[in-house]
Write a protein that binds this ligand. Sequence first.
Ligand SMILES: [Zn+2]
Length: 128
Amino acid sequence: MNILQGTKVYSIITGSCPVCQKESMYKESNPYKLSQTLKMEERCSHCGTKYKIEPSFFYGAMYVSYPVGIAFAVAAFVISNLILKLNLIVSFFIIAGTMIAFLPVIMRISRNIWINFFMSYKKEEHSS
Ligand SMILES: [Zn+2]
């Protein structure tokens, strides 16, 4: 994981602050605590970056969740139909199940991608 540190991929996968990547943007690290899935810190306690740039900033993440959801659906299809050779109807239910099971992850990844469109990693001058 450390190889990716400093890249947008790292922030997107870990949900860490897009600017310093020192801490998580989310109050609860487990996305499957559904009441907490989208609860985010106001700002980064390390670098002070405000995550919510404007009041409805994260509504834009909905546009990102669409292609992210499709990516999960395609992955589920490839595994169930092409690799496990299950028939199309079974594959369909596996895809639907995958989408539901991964929804909290998809929602977070979408937000992480969205905020990384607007912010970039800045390496600290005084790195330890
Ligand atoms: Zn930060």
